[in-house]
Design a protein around this ligand. Structure first.
Ligand code: ADP
Length: 483
């Protein structure tokens, strides 16, 4: 029931197993968060079919891992071009099942495609080493090999990009893959896989399964044939997958929750800082793990900051993402709305000041009004948890040392941002922030060329960037003797 598609064949109510689309017996219904429209349903895979899928991916690995990098790069570039050609349909599917505004969905499709191009290029420039030998009759070389079958478990907030960031690296490296998208947003994943099918990847190289996430996660983690698990999602689920992967000693990449500080120092370009804050906060309606969560503003800027920011907020039109003038769609579901509501109410109860809240009384559904709170203190839940909604929660600070301590005082360590026009401060603060990614006078840190990942409870490994392939490879050492 998707509207406005040129190519209806992109929608399959099926799983993709060993090169074929297969419908299952039981199913899960998927609906549009903006209006509750039933979009279709997807299979609940059973244990036997899942086992057959792992076997197919494992068999395909034997030949796929030995294909040469130029061939793999060609398949990837074909997939990339098919995605670009279908970008309007893909964006429309994404908006209808996920909610984000159509222009933003198109941005995500291009971002998703950029990982495929990036890894298609990286793999042909990737190589082992010839090492200088300290022993005259010996030579030491290294080669890189694909780790094996990779399981990719992805969330609903970036239904396209979280898949390609993993899949393109895995496929370039020579791994075969089993994708488990979020059951809330499976049709974007299905459409991407249908395009990969058309690009000509051999049978069994790409598989897509849906159903009972804990059952699927448990089976993939314990299976010895699955050599790698890459997961993006919540920290508790990441910890569970880590524990479940212990017996198979699986290679893990975990991209988990954040709690990003966004610091505006007194010497910042305030207009540029506010523009970047808007981008960081309102991308995907605040539902990103790198969204500015704790906003720290030098107290000397208090009035200027609030006046300038408040002037911008009314332009953020909320509604159905398919409508042209809408910038912010719904949250993913009512539970998300309730969670954000509770965070806001408890902050106000504890003394936060409500500076601005949009009026959404004409809308029904899981929409949340753009909200600005000030006088937030570190003990409030809203400063300790990911908000995952369009709420700006502002704290004031006086000293650089103090704000760095406050910014680092969290278990999360994914992204941090700060604004300053003093180069010495920029270098000091960038080094002092305990985060995997730091935006320095920048609110948009995600790019295929740059490593993405966190420290502390935000996870393990780096995706994208020049090290992204290494997540799906092991290094073999060859020692030649008797020379
Ligand atoms: P989010 O808050 O983004 O929904 P989750 O961690 O719940 O975060 O979900 C991210 C992905 O992990 C989704 O594909 C979801 O279906 C999957 N998932 C949730 N629980 C489990 C589990 N126990 N094992 C494996 N995957 C899971």
């Amino acid at each position: 029931n998707f509207l406005q598609l040129n190519d209806n064949q992109l929608i399959k109510q099926a799983n993709y197993l060993n090169g074929e689309w297969q419908a299952g017996n039981k199913s899960i219904t998927v609906s549009n968060p903006a209006n509750g429209v039933n979009l279709g349903s997807i299979p609940v895979i059973n244990e036997i079919t899942l086992e057959q899928t792992i076997a197919a991916a494992s068999n395909a690995f034997d030949t796929y891992s030995k294909t040469n990098t130029y061939q793999r790069s060609e398949w990837l570039l074909k997939w990339y071009n098919l995605i670009l050609a279908a970008q309007d349909d893909l964006a429309s599917i994404l908006t209808q099942e996920q909610g984000k505004a159509l222009a933003e969905a198109k941005g995500e499709i291009l971002y998703a495609a950029s990982f495929i191009k990036w890894f298609a290029e990286q793999i042909n420039a990737d190589h082992g080493l010839t090492l200088n030998s300290p022993v005259d009759n010996k030579q030491f070389h290294t080669r890189k090999q694909a780790v094996g079958v990779a399981a990719l478990i992805t969330p609903w907030n970036f239904p396209a990009a979280m898949i390609t960031r993993k899949a393109a690296a895995a496929l370039a490296a020579g791994c075969t893959i089993i994708i488990k998208p979020s059951e809330l947003t499976p049709f974007t994943a299905i459409a991407l896989v249908e395009l990969a099918h058309r690009a000509g990847f051999p049978k069994g190289v790409i598989n897509l399964v849906t159903g009972d996430a804990p059952m699927i996660g448990d089976a993939l983690c314990h299976d010895q044939r699955v050599k790698k698990l890459s997961f993006t999602g919540s920290t508790p689920v990441g910890q569970k997958l880590f524990a479940q992967s212990a017996t198979s000693l699986k290679r893990l990449s975990l991209e988990l929750g954040g709690n990003a500080p966004f610091i505006i120092f007194a010497d910042a370009d305030l207009d540029a800082a506010i523009d970047a804050l808007m981008i960081s906060k309102f991308r995907n309606n605040g539902q990103t793990c790198v969204a500015a969560n704790r906003i720290y503003v030098d107290q000397s800027l208090q009035q200027a900051f609030l006046t300038k920011l408040k002037a911008k907020l009314p332009s953020l039109t909320v509604g159905n993402g398919m409508d042209k003038n809408v910038l912010l769609g719904p949250l993913i579901n009512q539970a998300a709305v309730d969670k954000v509501n509770n965070l806001v109410a408890s902050a106000i109860n504890a003394g936060a000041k409500l500076e601005y809240q949009a009026d959404l009384s004409e809308l029904s559904g899981p929409f949340f009004p753009v909200t600005l709170l000030s006088d937030i203190t570190p003990d409030m839940a809203i400063a300790q948890q990911e908000i995952f909604g369009p709420v700006l929660a502002v704290q004031w600070f006086a000293q650089e040392d103090e704000v760095i301590k406050r910014a680092n005082n969290t278990d999360a360590g994914l992204a941090a941002y700060f604004f300053s026009n003093n180069i010495h401060r920029c270098q000091r603060v960038a080094a002092a922030l305990d985060y995997g990614i730091v935006g320095i006078n920048d609110g948009m840190v995600s790019n295929a060329v740059s490593p993405f990942g966190g420290i502390k409870q935000s996870g393990l490994g780096r995706e994208g960037g020049h090290t992204g392939l290494a997540e799906y490879q092991f290094i073999k050492a060859h020692c030649y003797g008797q020379l």
